[in-house]
Design a protein around this ligand. Structure first.
Ligand code: HEM
Length: 204
């Protein structure tokens, strides 16, 4: 499949959650009140947060999958997945500020400072911001080797996301724990020499 077609498919797949959300919001506006549950604002915050995390996991999975299978073409799509992670995380932050706290800036700032799970979510978003801004080829050239070190900050960002989710455990622990295990596995694959594939396979 040509790379432009593949890029389009990845773009379309990453847009699907947003399309789903928009049609649900329109249907709620049109009178299907219960579609997003009793608290639509909170449902939108949950949905965008979950998709930001899903795309983060997909982005982190690209390099180990490419290494272990030899499918180097996957690496061409990592940037788009990373940018969509930032996009959904920004929608999540926007939904929290607009729908839950109705732009009450003092309260938003106070909550972020006082609630550790929000502090960690904010830290994760603040890390993603420069990564998204410097994701272009131009910045890659300008920063040279520093670009790679900068983009390794995605690892602590993923860890912060996991703790942000874990700290919200109330009744169901399954999903936050599953996401945390996946983050640990994906970061562990980068550290554990026994799990590193041979160079020949990767260059193949
Ligand atoms: C940057 C990356 C972030 C990711 C990946 C992320 C992910 C998530 C996830 C997965 C959930 C739980 C969804 C569910 O239970 O179904 C969540 C909930 C939430 N997040 Fe984030 N989050 C991020 C940043 C932020 C930021 C910056 C804020 C606000 C400052 C924030 C505020 C919230 C709030 C208020 C909830 C709902 C808590 C509740 O009412 O139970 N998140 N987030």
């Amino acid at each position: 499949m040509p790379v432009t077609v593949r890029r389009f498919v990845v773009f379309l797949l990453a847009m699907l959650p947003l399309i789903y959300l928009l049609q649900a919001v329109i249907r709620v506006q049109q009178g299907e009140w219960n579609l997003l549950g009793p608290e639509p604002g909170r449902a939108i915050v949950f949905f965008t947060g979950t998709w930001a995390f899903n795309l983060m996991l997909a982005t982190l999975a690209v390099s180990p999958t490419a290494k272990h299978t030899g499918w180097r073409w996957l690496l061409l799509h990592r940037r788009m997945l990373g940018l969509f992670t930032f996009f959904y995380a920004s929608l999540h932050l926007l939904a929290y500020s607009a729908l839950l706290l109705e732009w009450r800036w003092m309260e938003i700032t106070q909550e972020i400072i006082e609630r550790p799970y929000l502090t960690l979510g904010m830290l994760a978003w603040l890390i993603l911001l420069p990564l998204a801004l410097t994701s272009t080829k131009g910045w890659q050239r300008r920063l040279k080797r520093r670009w790679k070190s900068l983009h390794k900050w995605s690892y602590p960002a993923a860890a912060f996301m996991a703790v942000h989710y874990l700290l919200q455990i109330r009744s169901s622990w399954f999903e936050p724990v599953l996401y945390t295990i996946l983050v640990l596995a994906l970061l562990g694959l980068r550290r554990w020499p026994l799990l590193q594939p041979s160079k020949e396979k990767f260059s193949g």
